[in-house]
Write a protein that binds this ligand. Structure first.
Ligand code: FAQ
Length: 332
């Protein structure tokens, strides 16, 4: 099976729960936040580590496709904006690793799991960014899909995760707008520029739809994660919301969503749309996407090359601690 770490193995009914589990579930149901030192079921803790860890990894690996274009941005202003955006993603990764650490897992352990392939990161970052228009498509669609998923996570039950999300969402909204601004410029530019914008939309549309995860019938974690309010919506609900909001934005740009079946359904009050190729999705998350090797290779190399710096920081911290201990002894 493609799910690696924690599986929702049949949710417990209230009768099957221990008194502690029942009291915990009642707190979650009342909308109370769960804080780091409080009692929580082991499955809740593991599910959060899995989701927050994967989320953090996605932010860090997600710097690579855009980092690829910093040196080739068409103007100084665009370069400064892209640089700031990519730095924001690093910050998001760091808040999320710190929030995950409150659950008793170290950043090194999470990194080790990313590098060994035991933990995932978002499928979207295994696709290449081939032209400058891709910077527009990534901001507009990828950050757009990320916000659609993360705005509800501001209300997630785990306090540190929900608070991290508030700041992340503010920054992601700026990212989405900068992407849309690039797309507007390209779509209103020369015929060649408009074609580049259309080509970027064609390549990023379905991978963006995949970001929300498999369809609900194949989502192994949704039921338990939603009961614990680790997830607030199902994958299909958020995907539909994304399509409904994004299609009018594409129309405004004068671009065509690459889906011939796309049609407003008056009765449902939503767009009908074609599902992504789920075989491709499962291949990508198994490690067989177009850029998986390159992305993980870059992260492993950065980790290895940074060893001297981590060693230096640790040596400095140890010396400082020894000095403090010595001066405490002297003062006694
Ligand atoms: N990619 O049972 P479900 C960003 C895995 S942030 C890879 O439905 P779940 C910002 C899933 O892990 C983007 N794997 O799973 C940015 C599980 O496998 P496992 C990241 C995926 O967790 C923008 C299996 O499939 N956002 O982009 C994906 O309930 C631009 C079964 O699936 C978050 O992480 C996928 N797309 O729902 C940065 C948000 N989908 O772990 C730079 C928080 C599913 O058992 C530039 N996460 N899988 O081995 C979530 O909301 C959820 O974890 C979902 C998946 C919705 C992603």
């Amino acid at each position: 099976m493609y799910a690696q770490m924690v599986k929702s193995e049949g949710m417990k009914s209230p009768e099957e729960m221990s008194p502690e589990e029942r009291a915990f579930q009642e707190r979650v149901d009342r909308g109370e936040k769960i804080e780091p030192k409080e009692w929580m079921p082991e499955g809740y803790r593991k599910t959060l580590i899995r989701q927050m860890g994967q989320h953090a990894h996605s932010e860090i690996v997600g710097q690579l496709p855009e980092g690829n274009w910093i040196t080739r941005a068409p103007t100084l202003e665009r370069k400064a904006i892209l640089l700031a955006k990519v730095q924001d993603e690093a910050g998001h990764g760091l808040y999320l690793y710190s929030a995950a650490e409150t659950l008793g897992v170290s950043r090194d352990e999470l990194m080790e799991k990313l590098h060994s392939g035991a933990m995932k990161y978002s499928s979207i970052f295994n696709y290449p960014t081939l032209t400058w228009a891709d910077m527009g498509a990534v901001g507009w669609l990828v950050d757009g899909a990320a916000i659609m998923n993360q705005v509800p996570l501001q209300r997630t039950s785990y306090g540190p995760y929900s608070r991290a999300m508030i700041r992340i969402c503010k920054e992601e909204s700026f990212h989405q707008r900068q992407g849309y601004a690039i797309m507007m410029k390209m779509a209103q530019g020369t015929p060649e520029q408009k074609e580049m914008a259309q080509d970027a939309l064609n390549r990023f549309w379905y991978p963006s739809l995949m970001m929300f995860g498999p369809s609900d019938k194949d989502s192994v974690h949704s039921a338990q994660s939603m009961a614990w309010k680790i997830k607030m919506n199902t994958n299909d609900e958020l995907r539909q919301k994304f399509v409904d909001e994004t299609v009018p934005q594409a129309k405004y740009l004068g671009l065509t969503v690459p889906d011939e079946t796309l049609k407003w359904n008056e009765e449902r009050g939503h767009y009908d749309f074609a599902e992504p190729d789920w075989d491709e999705f499962f291949e990508v998350i198994k490690g067989n996407g177009p850029c998986n090797e390159e992305r993980l290779g870059a992260r492993r190399e950065a980790w290895d090359k940074g060893a001297w710096f981590r060693d230096g920081l640790t040596a400095y911290a140890e010396k400082a601690a020894a000095r403090r201990a010595a001066s405490n002894v002297a003062a006694e």
